[in-house]
Design a protein around this ligand. Structure first.
Ligand SMILES: *[C@@H]1O[C@H](CO)[C@@H](O)[C@H](O)[C@H]1NC(C)=O
Ligand SMILES: *[C@@H]1O[C@H](CO)[C@@H](O)[C@H](O)[C@H]1NC(C)=O
Length: 548
């Protein structure tokens, strides 16, 4: 199992964030109506400390609680502390000159402050007008889900201009990506190849973000220089291209004329100062080499109904899968792709076990606690049906024991080499909510995720609460470090007869929706970084589909 992801190894591998700004309770400067606010973002230069305008939102008429549609897209460099300033104005006329409008206050913060705050959401009071309460700013950052890859590139050149009096030229290339405003930012320099007009530069790796900000059609400018010992390198010429053009590979499209505009202006017969050829352009993915351990846990409590009755979710029908069987098979087929050995430890909970009628909340489905593994999802199904025949459905419905069971294993491998996913299939009538929350809060520190699949017609309010998408799960005043639970109501994916899954693709997507981010959040929190995989590699389609 591999997860393709962004690397945060160097500042080149920045992560791009979208920032949304919302304000509450702004100052009212207009006499007869409310303010018409606009927000202007300034970014402080690293060198000169000068505030540079980065962008403006739209103007929203007549409100003190504007929620701006226009977002700011900024690169977040982990090592850098980037200062931001949000200025607010009440727009009174069409003038773009901000000093013609009423100032409503401002907020200072850093990118890190926003990204590092809980849920990447930062609330701050607006300041800047002495003696007045100016309201609150709410900033949220969202990672753009694109271009987490790097490319391996290599170039050579032919017949470059001779620049040195003694000898030929000592050429090197400088790459620039273009910015939104048309300016250029340097993003790579090659090494110098000495004394040649036909250099072959070494292959180099650069992130797609650094090269073109993830925009495949953005202009990439390349300048060719002749290196000089004293630093006064001679300009040979330049050309422009784009990621899309470069990725056409080695072909006639990937020969670029190196042009020196000055020479071109002067000499009528000038055609070029040589050519540069793209030799190589390969996408490099970054991976975590992590084994996923999937554990299945099945609800054997009496609330599911007597297995001898057709109304039971555990109905033992020789001709058809029951509700649990269907959910297990459908979801199991999805998750088993991620488990390399396809051996699943499978547990049951909430049953009375033979021979002594002891109640267990973590028994091995195959009857072998030393080796609870089942061979593939078929093996899990077999063990499930065998258990149904031998155990007595009982109660209560306790989740905490199986969560703690997996957590014990997860707590012994925290180096990122293993990640544990517990799949709980249940009718959702939980008895130990408080203990389960406690277990989830504890497990949120571990390399572990929980998928809960609810079968049957219940309301599932408790399951939705455990999912924690709206309110992070907490126990005794402590919040879960990460969101680690994903809840999926199985009935949303089956047809009216209850016998067929309507869309496996939709089910797969929803079951796995949060796992990649949960996995990454663990790796990020522990500072575990991915490493590049050697090309060529074609990512399995399911990885692409889940947008890891
Ligand atoms: C904006 O307006 C102020 C005052 O009205 C003026 O001093 C300043 O020069 C103007 N700036 C621009 C760029 O026009
Ligand atoms: C996977 O997790 C289960 C517990 O859920 C454990 O029994 C098993 O030993 C683990 N496998 C590995 C290889 O760690």
């Amino acid at each position: 199992f591999v997860v393709k992801t962004c690397s945060i190894e160097t500042t080149l591998f920045s992560v791009k964030y979208v920032y949304s700004v919302v304000f509450e309770n702004l100052l009212d400067r207009d006499t007869f109506s409310k303010s018409d606010p606009i927000c202007v973002l300034y970014v402080q230069g690293v060198g000169n400390k000068e505030w540079r305008e980065f962008g403006r939102t739209e103007v929203i008429d007549n409100t003190l609680n504007p929620d701006f549609v226009r977002k700011f897209i900024l690169d977040y460099f982990f090592e850098e502390r980037e200062n931001l300033r949000f200025d607010l104005y009440d727009v009174d006329s069409k003038s773009p000159n901000l000093s013609k409008h009423d100032f409503l206050g401002q907020v200072f913060c850093t990118l890190g402050e926003i990204v590092g705050s809980q849920g990447s959401r930062l609330e701050k009071p607006i300041v800047g007008i002495p003696g007045k309460k100016c309201g609150t700013i709410i900033l949220t950052a969202e990672e753009l889900n694109c271009c987490r890859d790097a490319v391996l590139m290599q170039f050579c050149a032919n017949k470059l201009d001779k620049k040195d009096f003694f000898g030929k030229s000592d050429p090197f290339l400088v790459f620039y990506r273009s910015n939104e405003d048309g300016s250029f930012t340097i993003c790579h320099k090659t090494e110098v190849v000495k004394n040649t007009l036909n250099p072959v530069w070494q292959a180099f790796k650069i992130s797609v973000r650094a090269l073109c900000n993830g925009d495949y059609d953005r202009t990439i400018k390349v300048e060719v220089y002749d290196w000089d010992r004293d630093g006064s390198h001679d300009f040979i010429g330049e050309f422009t291209t784009s990621y899309r053009e470069l990725s056409r590979g080695q072909s006639q499209f990937n020969v670029y004329e190196v042009v020196n505009p000055k020479k071109k202006g002067k000499k009528k017969k000038y055609s070029n100062s040589g050519t540069v050829v793209s030799l190589l352009m390969i996408l490099v993915y970054f991976y975590f080499r992590t084994q996923i351990n999937f554990t299945v846990a099945i609800d054997f409590t009496a609330s599911n109904g007597n297995p001898a009755q057709p109304t039971s979710l555990h109905y033992m029908n020789p001709y058809q899968l029951n509700a649990y069987g269907m959910a297990l098979k459908a979801v199991g087929e999805i998750v088993q792709d991620y488990d390399s050995d396809k051996m699943f430890p499978a547990l049951g909970f909430g049953a009375k076990l033979p021979p002594d009628g002891r109640i267990s909340h973590e028994f091995a489905l195959n009857g072998n606690p030393q080796n609870p593994y089942c061979d593939g999802i078929e093996g899990v199904m077999e063990a499930y049906y065998r258990s149904l025949k031998s155990v007595q459905l009982y109660g209560p419905t306790n989740f905490a024991p199986v969560i703690n069971h997996v957590a014990r294993y997860a707590s012994s491998v925290k180096d990122g080499s293993q990640y544990f996913v517990l799949l709980i299939v249940t009718d959702g009538v939980i008895s130990d909510m408080a203990q389960t929350k406690e277990s989830i809060v504890n497990a949120s520190k571990l390399p572990m995720s929980i998928i809960i699949v609810g079968v049957g017609p219940a309301e599932f309010d408790a399951m939705v609460e455990l999912d924690g998408d709206d309110v992070r799960v907490s126990s005794r005043g402590k919040y879960a470090e990460r969101d680690i639970v994903q809840f999926v109501p199985f009935r949303d994916y089956i047809d009216r007869s209850g016998n067929h899954v309507l869309s496996m693709a939709r089910l797969a997507k929803d079951v796995l929706a949060e796992i990649p981010e949960q996995f990454l959040s663990y790796m990020r929190a522990r500072g575990i970084k991915p490493s590049p995989a050697p090309p060529p590699y074609t990512p399995p389609t399911h990885l692409l589909q889940t947008q890891i």
